[in-house]
Design a protein. Structure first.
Length: 388
């Protein structure tokens, strides 16, 4: 045993370093210290790789902070007393104009170096605006490499800097807006948005002549689309979405009375909320102001939602659909609860049986184990015969 241990340790021990006697390369001497760079090539490459990784990480954090600073004032990376050319604060004046509390005292809240959040409140018809910027992980070269490799494998995969503005309607405004789910989406986002948004499963996808061919409409009924496009006489949503300058960053716009994720149980009336969600691509730092028209138009669009006048048959059909969905969710919850209870009973029964067996003598325990082993063998043999 000891010889085996010595062999293992010998295999793990690195060989002794042998000082070459015929070294003719660059050499640095100081008293009894000697440094020969040619003997540390591997270490030099590793150090160079580490320095390159750190340099990319620092530059990636700088790019993300620059892009966030340009879209909205943010002092996490750059203190306010330092004047930077890219601090345009493009959208902050708009939020200050619309909300009495456009942001928290510290500005945007950072979660790492890629995710940033802001919360605005204090406006008529809008309970709150939750702004989420999710940037690409430019500070992590390994993640960027993974994204690039996955893009080569899946041509539909297209990561981008995402900006989501979630407008939550206040209760009074929500009560005056009909219950509906509607969205207009860039076609290359259809697969992704359907898998991420449960509320959009209420809709059907269709084309609309008033929209560019790159956009699709997701709606429960055509009546909803017609009303949303004509809700405000002084504002044209189709004209806004047909402008190439806006289409460059536009990803989706949705009006919904349903949660994004499927609830475990039907929501109570007090828990139901209505949201208008605008999803954009974050523009480069030097073009941060180009999304102002889209963001500004959302306030006019939301104010016009009260003018939606759906046909009675449309309202009744959507009400019936929601009742059916709530019934299905309730039935699934009851079924899941019954399965949990049945599983708990099985576990309790198995535990009680184990405790009973543990109190038996060794001979009786051996008999029970042999009997269970024979039953298991018979079951496995039966499966083999049926498969043959």
């Amino acid at each position: 045993m000891s010889s085996l241990l010595l062999n293992v340790l010998g295999g793990l021990t690195p060989p002794l370093f042998v000082q070459p006697t015929d070294y003719h390369g660059l050499e640095f001497k100081w008293k009894f210290l000697v440094f020969r760079p040619a003997l540390f090539q591997t270490q030099a490459y590793l150090l160079l790789g580490l320095l390159a990784y750190v340099a990319v990480a620092i530059y990636g954090k700088y790019l993300n902070s620059k892009r966030v600073n340009a879209w909205y004032r943010y002092f996490f990376f750059n203190p306010p007393h330092i004047s930077l050319s890219f601090r345009y604060n493009a959208h902050l004046p708009l939020l200050q104009e619309q909300f009495s509390s456009p942001a928290t005292a510290s500005g945007l809240i950072a979660d790492g170096y890629t995710d940033f959040f802001n919360f605005s409140t204090g406006r008529r018809a809008i309970a709150s605006l939750h702004t989420v910027l999710s940037l690409r992980p430019r500070q992590d070269p390994l993640q960027l490499l993974y994204h690039f490799a996955w893009q080569m494998y899946d041509l539909r995969y297209n990561p981008y800097d995402q900006l989501v503005l979630d407008f939550k309607l206040d209760p009074e405004m929500a009560a005056s807006v009909p219950d509906c789910v509607w969205a207009t989406v860039v076609k290359d986002q259809l697969v992704t948005i359907k898998s991420e948004r449960w509320d959009l499963t209420f809709t059907r996808t269709a084309e609309h002549a008033a929209l560019p061919p790159t956009l699709s409409v997701m709606t429960e009924w055509a009546d909803v689309t017609d009303n949303l496009f004509k809700a405000t006489p002084t504002f044209s949503l189709t004209k806004l979405l047909s402008d190439p300058a806006n289409l460059k960053y536009f990803k989706s716009l949705s009006v919904t009375d349903q949660p994004r994720e499927r609830p475990a149980i039907p929501l109570a009336p007090a828990e139901r909320e209505k949201h208008v969600v605008l999803c954009l691509a974050v523009p480069p730092a030097d073009k941060a102001a180009e999304t102002i028209p889209l963001v500004s138009a959302m306030f006019t669009f939301i104010d016009g939602l009260t003018k939606i006048n759906l046909r009675p048959e449309t309202r009744s059909k959507m009400k019936k659909l929601r009742e059916d969905v709530d019934k299905e969710i309730r039935e699934d919850a009851v079924k899941e609860k019954k399965e949990e209870v049945a599983e708990d009973k099985k576990v309790a029964k198995r535990k009680a049986e184990q405790e009973r067996i543990s109190r038996l003598s060794a001979a009786d325990q051996k008999k029970i184990l042999d009997r269970e082993r024979k039953r298991a063998m018979k079951r496995s043999q039966g499966k083999v015969v049926r498969k043959a």
